[in-house]
Every structure is written in C-alpha cells, then in structure tokens.
Design a protein around this ligand. Structure first.
Ligand code: GRG
Length: 300
C-alpha cells in the first residue's frame, strides 16, 4: 500500500504532486495563443520553466495530511506559485537583481524585454487572486479570510517589504536580527502562507493551524539559509540561476554574516525547531518531516 512514510514512495509522491501542480496551473493559465499572445507566451515561459514547486507541494501535502484530500487546496497552491513566479520575474529585472539566468533558462526580460517582463509579473499577481477566488471555503475558514492572508503574505509587510529590505541591505553592514527580519518577510512569509492555506482548505482545527504555522516559520528561515549556502557552494548548471550572485552584489546573507559552517549549523537548528512544532501530530507528521528534510538537503 502507498505510504508517505516510506522514502521510495516519498520520491514518487513528490513527483506525482509536482505533476498535479503542473496540470492544475496549465488548466488555469491562459493559453499562449490567447490575445495578447506575447504576454501569455511570456507568462508561460516563466511559469513552466521547471520550478521545483515547493510551495504548492507544501500547500497540497498539508491539506492532504489533515483531511485526506489535496483537491480543496488546488486553487491556493496555484495562486501561491503564480505569486512566487511573479516575484522571481521582477527580482531578476535590471532595476533589482539584474539577473540573466533563472530556472535553467535566460530570464524573462532578456528574452521578451523589460516592459513585457514587468507586465507578465503584474498579470501573474492578478491571476493568482482570480484563481484563488474559485476556491471553496470551509465551516471555519471562509474564502475572504484566506484571500486576505494571501494578499498580506504578498504585500508590503511580507514579500514586497522583504524585497525592499533586501535591496537596501546591499553593501551595508547588516545585523543577524535585521537579516532574520528580511528573510522572514522575503521568503518565510510565502512558505508560511502555503502551509496555512493548505491547512485552512482542510478545515484544520485551531491547534493544528497554530502548530503548523510555527513549523512553517522555522522551515521558511531554514529554507532561505540553505538558499544562501547553495548560492556560494553550487554551480549555475546545478542551480539553474546565476551562482555567487549574492556575494557579487554584496547582499546580506548568512554565509557572509556568520560564515558557511555556522550558516549550515543554523539551517539544521531551524529545521530541528520546525520539526519540534510537529510533535503533537505524532505519526501523522511524517509527510511534513519528509518535506523539511527534502528542503534542507536539497542541492538546487
Ligand atoms: C520582486 C516583490 C519581489 C520579490 C522578490 C523572490 C524574491 C523576492 C527574490 C529572489 C531571490 C531570493 C533568494 C528569494 C528568496 C526566495 C527564494 C529562495 C526563491 C527561490 O525559490 P525556489 O528555490 O525557486 O523555490 P524555484 O525556481 O524552484 O521555484
């Protein structure tokens, strides 16, 4: 029988969840031959470029673990991936990180030009909310509540605010406390909302939502530390994006502030704290534990 606690089944589970996400996105994003064609081609170029789909998988897995089905979380999983992809497109623009390479191919503005890249990002953000509005609420959690959470995670106090902090940190001395705040906003907020929306789509009990939020906060920070470490230890071929970019742009990162060994130790420590938050779930925690290890041990 299929078991999420069996590692070989687990690899298959991840692959199948990724396929679910690809198909669900494909069905919800306007086809490339719809007008304006160049915009829809651009959106699809970035969205279907081989992203790992970690956030939507976290969302679907959370929903499935709590209620036995991932289907109620599909609109939320797709919406989160649209917001994440828009943020990558805008982050790569010349006025921000000025990157040439993303998800194993030239960045969107390099291929379609800056104006279309900005507009594709804008349209993806709007599409996210259009897709999310098709979700069904549950007795505890009406759709407007979840829409509000998603909007907050994407907005000035989270993703966008974190990006501002990140840009302002370039070339400056940044304390570990400031860095943690940037990471909480820029990276962890979307990871937290992925887990929370999956839980709410499953009509989670209050204590379950609380513990899972705690889990996701620590996981989000560990994920960003791992990302910082990979930036200095991996090649462009492996990462599918420019390696060593953080160092080049004198960005505040964990390896820069505390060194590589300490960064690795902290990533493991935050993962451990994330796992501690899962204790009340007992054996049911297995899928989240697997995902946490997958995120910490990933090499791209
Ligand atoms: C422009 C509003 C705005 C925000 C940009 C996404 C982002 C914020 C910056 C990109 C740089 C960065 C290190 C962001 C932290 C989040 C992160 C690690 C993104 C990469 O996520 P993965 O590894 O990427 O899940 P894929 O391509 O697999 O989806």
């Amino acid at each position: 029988m299929f078991s999420l606690s069996n590692p070989s089944d687990w690899e298959g589970y991840l692959r199948s969840q990724k396929e679910v996400v690809e198909k669900a996105l494909d069905e919800r994003i306007p086809r490339a031959d719809r007008q304006p064609k160049r915009l829809h081609e651009a959106i699809r170029y970035s969205l279907f470029a081989g992203g790992k789909r970690l956030r939507p998988i976290l969302c679907l897995t959370t929903c499935q673990t709590l209620c036995g089905h991932w289907e109620p979380a599909i609109p939320w999983a797709c919406a989160i991936e649209c917001i994440h992809t828009y943020s990558l497109i805008h982050d790569d623009l010349p006025c921000m990180d000025n990157d040439d390479w993303r998800r194993g191919r030239p960045t969107l503005h390099r291929v379609f030009g800056e104006a279309i890249a900005i507009l594709a990002g804008d349209a993806l953000q709007a599409l996210a909310f259009e897709i999310a509005s098709s979700a069904k609420g549950t007795p505890r959690y009406p759709v407007p509540l979840l829409l509000g959470e998603l909007a907050r995670a994407a907005g000035s106090r989270a993703l966008v605010g974190g990006q501002v902090g990140d840009l302002e940190s370039e070339g400056k001395e940044v304390s570990l406390t400031q860095l943690r705040l940037i990471h909480r906003r820029k990276t962890a907020a979307l990871i937290v909302v992925s887990v929370r929306l999956g839980a709410m789509a499953a009509d989670a009990e209050t204590w379950e939502l609380k513990q899972l939020t705690r889990f996701a906060r620590f996981l989000g920070v560990a994920f960003q530390i791992r990302d910082d470490v990979l930036d200095v230890t991996q090649t462009q071929e492996k990462l599918g994006k420019t390696a060593g970019k953080d160092l080049q742009s004198q960005k505040a990162t964990y390896p820069r502030i505390v060194g590589l060994a300490e960064a690795n130790r902290l990533a493991a420590l935050y993962t451990h704290r994330a796992l501690e938050a899962l204790r009340p779930f007992g054996e049911r925690a297995s899928p989240w534990i697997q995902l946490a290890h997958h995120l910490l041990e990933r090499d791209r």
